[in-house]
Design a binder for this molecule. Structure first.
Ligand code: HMG
Ligand code: MG
Length: 302
């Protein structure tokens, strides 16, 4: 067992979470959420996406969000970019980190970005090359690494191949997305093990949605492989517009509670994170989708 000493949590709530919340969240409140997350010590906060507003209307104000964030030098605010048009918008917004997003299943790729996996790789190539030439860091996502809502099982060989392609293209980090949350610890370990043959473990991130309640167990299992970057969403916000029934990402509060129990450093202040969680939960009109947050908030109320 080689647990890491420290973990970087990437809070994807303002993008992955809010892109799929039924409630309308104003630009001002999305920015306030990002500020609260950075106050809590998060160093990577996914701020939005430069995608087609017809496909993902909730992220249409990402340019304005980027404009209003009081940026800190030690915090990264990645934005999703599917093509050159998105990159141009990201450059105009002075984004310093972007993420391209592929899928391990053909049908999901078609439903999500309207092209095959091979076509998406062809599209990302000039995006990544240009971004890197402008000094912008690029993250590479792969969706459906442990199951697809349309095709069911997904081949680990496919996940490994796409990971290798994105990493060789210049993505500094490969985020492995269990989009519909069907993965279990054994499968997660097999998948991450396979990817680690082509991407060094420090460059691998795990991105679990918690639909089947497996996310924390999967994270614990992959931490044992040395994985040290975990995507999570404050208050467990969100889901996925192209994966019916998928719940949000694992809640940042639940991940933090577990990591604190393992003495793994994150740099995050739990009480400030709780304040971010309470703030956004109030706005979306439901309690946090986090057991730890609910227990601790209840305790605070006495
Ligand atoms: P398309 O319809 O094939 O694109 O969509 P197109 O190039 O034919 O353009 C159609 C229209 O969109 C045109 O406008 C373009 O200008 C516009 P019109 O002339 O008709 O008025 N357009 C854009 N507008 C703004 N920004 C852009 C852009 N590109 C084209 N970048 C496209 C293809 C990729 C654009 C579309 O499918 C799309 O935007 N998809 C985004 C889907 C998405 O964001 N999904 C959620 C993120 S993935 C995720 O959540 C999973 C993840 O969390 C990991 C996990 O959980 O597993 C990452
Ligand atoms: Mg996701």
């Amino acid at each position: 067992m080689t647990f890491p000493n420290s973990v970087r949590i990437v809070d994807v709530g303002p993008r992955d979470g809010l892109q799929n919340e039924p409630a309308d969240v104003s630009t001002v409140n999305r920015v306030e959420l990002i500020h609260k997350l950075q106050d809590a010590g998060l160093k990577s906060i996914e701020a939005g996406s430069f995608t087609s507003p017809r496909w993902v209307p909730k992220m249409a104000d990402t340019g304005e969000v980027m404009d209003r964030i009081k940026r800190r030098n030690d915090v990264s605010y990645p934005v999703l970019v599917p093509n050159i048009k998105g990159l141009e918008a990201a450059l105009a917004a002075d984004a310093r980190e972007i993420a391209v997003f592929a899928a391990a299943s053909e049908t999901f790729s078609q439903k999500n970005i309207n092209c095959s996996i091979a076509e998406s790789i062809g599209r990302f190539m000039p995006v990544v090359t240009r971004a890197i030439s402008e000094g912008i860091k690029v993250r590479g996502y792969i969706s459906c690494v442990l199951g697809c809502p349309y095709e069911g099982d997904v081949s680990i060989t496919n996940v490994r191949r796409i990971s290798s392609t994105l990493f060789d293209m210049g993505c500094y980090e490969i985020s492995l997305g269990d989009t519909i949350g069907t993965g279990t610890p054994e499968k997660s370990v097999q998948m991450v093990d396979a990817v680690s043959e082509v991407v060094p473990v420090p460059n691998i991130a795990v991105h679990f949605h918690d639909t089947y309640g497996q996310a924390l167990a999967n994270i614990y299992a992959t931490l044992q492989l040395g994985v040290s970057v975990i995507d999570a969403s404050v208050a467990g916000l969100g889901g996925c517009p192209y994966a019916k029934g998928a719940t949000g990402n694992v809640a940042t509060e639940d991940v933090l509670y577990m990591l604190e129990g393992m003495n793994i450093e994150t740099g995050i202040d739990f009480s400030k994170l709780l304040s971010a969680s309470a703030f956004i939960s109030d706005i979306v009109g439901r309690p946090p989708q986090s057991r730890a947050a609910n227990a601790l908030l209840k305790k605070q109320l006495g």
